[in-house]
Write a protein that binds this ligand. Sequence first.
Ligand SMILES: [Zn+2]
Length: 244
Amino acid sequence: MSSITTRYTRQIPLFGREGQEKLADATVFVAGAGGLGSPVATYLAVAGVGELIIVDDDLVQESNLNRQFLHANLNIGMRKVYSAAETLAALNPDLTLTAIPERITPDTVDSLTDGADILVDATDNFTTRYLLNETALTTGIPLVHGAVEGFSGQMTTIIPGETPCLSCLFPHPPPEKETPVIGATAGVIGSLQAMEVIKYLTGTGRLLAGRLLIWDGMSGRTDYLSVSHRPDCCVCHKYTVSKS
Ligand SMILES: [Zn+2]
């Protein structure tokens, strides 16, 4: 066990020892150990989050390495979650890491996310995103959504029962396609997602809840869209009805 006072000396003034202890007591579920998962898991691990559950069934490929800095050349062909576990353990030996090399499916999502305080969408597809969204609404666990393409990205925090859900924002999934992306874009959005988690866990600052941040790296511009509940959102409707 490293010294809390030494390791976190530059951040404890931001939220106190009490905030640091909240991080240490927290479990964060990270869906994906790729472009977004790399900055998300790295910044949460070094900030002192007690436990990360990282789920990804992919293997490390050379074409991942322009952005997925949890992995290195020597990890090519290895399960991403195990490569990530090695990197994160070296960064913070106090971290408890549960690395699960599985696909997130309707049958597994509940058991995979069990015990998490907050969910992070670091995936690259809307099928999994919608699953995480429904899990958030059924369990009441907040979800931090992020997505990137090219030089652009977006993120928002979904607080079940308060904010619109992901399906309110995006009722229809965009077409599945492999999109180009520069690592720095994933770095910007993934860092913002990690920051949302830290703010939520420590009760610090104002969350991006009910607001969608849109980052345009080509112009260096950040916009915020206020988002509202869609009256015809089938997901919100389902869980509102089931709760009543
Ligand atoms: Zn909704």
